[in-house]
Write a protein of this length. Sequence first.
Length: 171
Amino acid sequence: MLTVGKAETATKNKLKVGNLNYLKMNIKKIFFLFLTTIILFSCNKNDDEPTAITEQPNLVNKWYIDKWTYNGTNQTLTSCDKQGYIQFNSNGTFERKDYYWNGTTCTLEGNDNGTYNYNTTTNKITINFIDTNNGPQTEIFNNVNLSTTVLKYSWDEDGNGIDEHNLEFKK
């Protein structure tokens, strides 16, 4: 019986060693898979590439007249006309200058300075200024469409409820 007992003990020891080796192999495999998974998911395409920043439209800028329609008819703008601009400042003030050809000279025609309010809910800009000939003035620019490079609006010059002017400005 001693011989059988020794054989059983030897077999049990072999099984323990075999199970231990089997367990060590499985732990190594699990650790390898875990490590591989961490490495794969912790890397991205290229950490050195800069993140793209999307520029948001901002009214505060100097906008040069680029296109103009009056009562649905495109108006031809000269290089002199295109010197005209409206500049909206961050402190709620604006400056507007208009130019025209006077014979062979590009001449300043209008120079308005005042305050403005941009209502993004109604898409309207209201400007207030003092006209040297007509006193206090208020103009409302309707249907304001603003991108990072283009400002568009319509304007009812005579107050009849119909926007006669459609203007487009670029930075």
